[in-house]
Design a protein around this ligand. Structure first.
Ligand code: HEM
Length: 81
């Protein structure tokens, strides 16, 4: 089994630009979504969550409740909190 690196929330907040990479968290997972931003069906709104937790945004946009959304997200996992 492989174990992913552990990151602090503070470290995640630094990754909020294309230069440093765009990271988000979901539950205890850390995701580098830099390459997903340009193909997000919801467009640039996704950047509001850069460096932050996805939960408050997904609470507002219920379209993310589908299983396929978590499948997409899982491809970008780079670490855990
Ligand atoms: C739509 C994925 C973050 C706003 C979608 C859809 C997917 C998706 C797959 C299409 C859903 C469907 O039609 O069944 C993701 C992933 C995210 C993310 C993987 C994080 C890594 C966000 C954030 C926001 C957002 C943070 C808002 C701040 C929207 C909106 C739509 C949408 C408004 C609807 C677009 C439309 O149908 O016109 N997202 N999303 N998304 N997303 Fe996201």
């Amino acid at each position: 089994t492989t174990s992913l690196p552990v990151y602090s929330r503070e470290e995640v907040t630094k990754h909020c630009s294309t230069e440093n990479g765009i990271w988000v968290t979901y539950k205890d997972g850390v995701y580098d979504i830099t390459d997903f931003v340009s193909i997000h069906p919801g467009g640039n709104k996704i950047l509001l969550a850069a460096g932050k937790a996805l939960e408050p945004f997904w609470a507002l946009y219920a379209i993310h409740e589908g299983e396929h959304v978590l499948e997409i997200l899982s491809e970008y996992k780079v670490g855990v909190l």
